[in-house]
Write a protein that binds this ligand. Structure first.
Ligand code: HPA
Length: 294
């Protein structure tokens, strides 16, 4: 009898260990999936799904920081394995997104790169709704968000001179050129706390600081990716002209409608760029923690 239960226990333990190992191996770049590596993709307001993105699996990931915005939808785009996460699933407002859980979730899945799409208000005079900006700089005006993984005993100051991955940016620039897609390939993003929109004076001030676009989700997402040694790139879709510039009252409806109209072109750009991401990283992102600790 004892022997029978012993064998049964051994069987279950073996099965469990085997399954855990399988799952671990699936997450290692180089095993399984459409390609050698996984690319993370975060969708912003109005971008809860990507047309034509074939989802093979939905994976719930628990992290030490709590739950990400939703389950990760894992599928294929341009022959590569992509893990898609809608940032505002279940209507989570920008100041309540669990940014740490989202970024940690990608890390646990084995992704080395994250592409973030977000809706923004246009500050720069030349911008029009529907324009897409590939960011190269940011200014952080958030006030009450947990903005680091290092709030314990470890003191870490990551270099953030260039907040976005140069290699991923290059893939987007090349994809826009070869696909004939209009893309502004540099722009400064100012991140505000929200959820309210800005006053006209605030936008005037941000404009004097050379900010091109304003949004509510770019931080701490970008710095958490850097602290995780992930490559991170941000694509901003101008959904409205910013407060005081727009001749009409700003509405959430305008944001969602413009984003919906841009989904096809965003998807074409994403597919092109994802297909151009080199398999091996040749950028400084993977060594962000080197020499960053006190
Ligand atoms: N301000 C802040 N965030 C935004 C805006 C805006 O005008 N549009 C879309 N996200």
């Amino acid at each position: 009898m004892l022997l029978f239960y012993g064998k049964l226990l051994y069987h279950f333990l073996y099965q469990y260990q085997h399954e855990t190992e399988n799952r671990r191996q699936e997450n290692i770049p180089g095993r399984g999936g459409a390609s050698f590596f996984m690319i993370g993709l975060i969708g912003g307001s109005g971008l809860h799904e990507i047309p034509g993105f074939k989802v093979n699996e939905r994976r719930a990931v628990e992290t030490p920081y709590g739950l990400p915005s939703d389950e990760f939808m894992i599928g294929e785009l341009s022959g590569r394995t992509v893990a898609f996460l809608p940032r505002h699933s279940y209507n989570i407002p920008p100041h309540k997104v669990n940014y740490r859980a989202n970024i940690r979730g990608f890390k646990e899945l084995g992704a080395e790169r994250v592409i973030a799409v977000s809706a923004v208000g246009g500050i720069n005079n030349s911008l029009r709704p529907g324009d897409i900006v590939l960011l190269n700089q940011l200014i952080d005006f958030t006030k009450s968000r947990v903005n680091t993984f290092y709030d314990g005993d470890d003191v870490v100051h990551v270099d953030f001179t260039e907040p976005y991955c140069p290699e991923l940016r290059e893939s987007f620039i090349r994809a826009s050129e070869s696909g004939g897609i209009k893309l502004l390939n540099a722009g400064t993003y100012i991140c505000v706390e929200g959820p309210r929109l800005e006053t006209a004076s605030e936008i005037g001030f941000f404009s004097s600081m050379s900010a091109d676009v304003v949004g509510m989700t770019g931080m701490p997402e970008a710095v958490l990716a850097r602290e995780s040694e992930l490559c991170y790139v941000a694509l901003s879709v101008v959904t409205n002209l910013a407060a005081g510039i727009s001749p009409v009252k700003l509405t959430a409806k305008e944001v969602v409608e413009t984003m919906n109209r841009s989904t096809e072109v965003v998807k074409t750009l994403l597919s092109g760029a994802i297909g151009l991401v080199p398999q091996r990283r040749d950028c400084p992102c993977g060594e962000a923690l080197k020499d960053a600790g006190m």
